[in-house]
Design a protein around this ligand. Structure first.
Ligand SMILES: NC(=O)c1ccc[n+]([C@@H]2O[C@H](COP(=O)([O-])OP(=O)(O)OC[C@H]3O[C@@H](n4cnc5c(N)ncnc54)[C@H](OP(=O)(O)O)[C@@H]3O)[C@@H](O)[C@H]2O)c1
Length: 305
């Protein structure tokens, strides 16, 4: 099969090449998915799972991309709950070959049914940003109705999902980003916008929850804004700062079939908009994933036209 592979961590996305790889087989409880669309997060090339298996053994050349939408083409021994020919989407294991390929083997429990009226490109754009937003707000962030939420990078992949889900759940949302992100962040539902390059973050006063994917100095200053009993949720690694009288948590997104179902239902009934900036073919994937100008939103690779 054709796949994008990486062999050198230091090379980053520039080291991607289109190559021939053997088709994966379905192990116990796996399905093989014929990939129609794939999503990729640049950060994953710095994560150990891209380069080694669970025992830390080198597994290069590896296939990146861990968001998938496609059709089940084979079932492993003991696999239940999905059938051959079914449309599915989900988040694949970080320590196995990923979805920038014509086929991927994935544990069935990491997938959810993709309704027939949702495009494969939309399905592939949801798992990482949607699940990260959901888990950060409702699982780790202990969000409650009426709370104020500071969403960094509110026009980006994760931030646009956090903004929409938090608004729907009854939050007051303050989005942040670069000057050019203001309109998009407000359009996704933020009630206020802070230009991190200009305005003073401290001017917003206190908030109940900070959702951070930037880290560093921005995170330190944001931690100081968390009200008593509030939470700083970081997806940029272990928090470098803690609220004086609150909780700081970091997490790595996990696959969850029920949460994928919640997300796709919201897309179907118009409560949630995906943030797809660019769709490219597998032939054009290396160029699309190495953009020369800023891309606002997700790049989805349409593996099967
Ligand atoms: N822990 C987890 O489970 C998990 C899950 C998903 C994602 N992540 C990580 O979270 C991060 C965000 O992912 P994403 O898909 O949302 O990326 P994205 O689509 O690039 O969104 C990030 C947004 O934040 C903006 N931003 C970043 N640094 C900024 C700064 N200093 N000032 C102002 N704006 C800034 C970006 O602008 P520019 O594009 O101009 O920089 C972009 O609009 C990535 O590092 C990713 O690896 C972690």
């Amino acid at each position: 099969m054709r796949a994008i592979v990486v062999t050198d961590e230091a090379a980053g996305p520039a080291g991607m090449t289109l190559a021939d790889r053997p088709e994966p087989e379905a192990a116990g409880n796996d399905v093989v998915v014929q990939v129609h669309a794939s999503g990729f997060t640049p950060g994953e090339l710095t994560w150990p799972g891209t380069w080694t298996d669970r025992l830390g053994r080198d597994r290069t050349p590896s296939i990146p991309g861990h968001e998938v939408a496609g059709v089940v083409s084979a079932l492993g021994y003991g696999t239940r709950g999905l059938s051959v020919g079914q449309r599915v989407f989900g988040l694949t294991d970080w320590t196995r070959d990923g979805t920038l390929a014509e086929y991927v083997a994935v544990e069935a429990r990491n997938l959810a049914p993709l309704p027939g009226d949702v495009d494969f490109t939309v399905g592939a754009s949801l798992p990482i940003s949607g699940l990260t937003a959901w888990q950060g707000l409702f699982v780790h962030g202990r969000f409650d109705v009426g709370q104020s939420v500071l969403v960094h990078g509110a026009a980006g992949g994760v931030g646009s999902m956090v903004t929409q889900l938090a608004r729907e759940a009854g939050a007051y949302v303050i989005g942040t980003g670069r000057t050019a992100d203001r309109e998009a962040a407000l359009d996704f539902g933020a009630q206020e916008f802070v230009d991190l390059g200009g305005s003073e973050l401290e001017e917003i006063g206190g908030v109940d929850l900070v959702f951070d994917m930037i880290g560093g100095d921005i995170q330190k200053r944001s931690a100081a804004l968390v009200r008593a009993g509030g939470t700083l949720v970081s997806i940029a690694g272990p928090p470098e700062a803690r609220p004086a009288d609150g909780v700081a948590v970091d997490f790595v997104v996990e696959a969850d079939r029920a949460q994928l179902g919640e997300l796709v239902q919201r897309v179907r009934d118009g409560r949630l908009r995906t943030n797809i900036a660019n769709v490219a073919s597998l032939d054009d994937a290396v160029a699309a994933l190495n953009p020369t100008t800023r891309v606002k939103g997700k790049t989805i690779i349409q593996v099967r036209p």
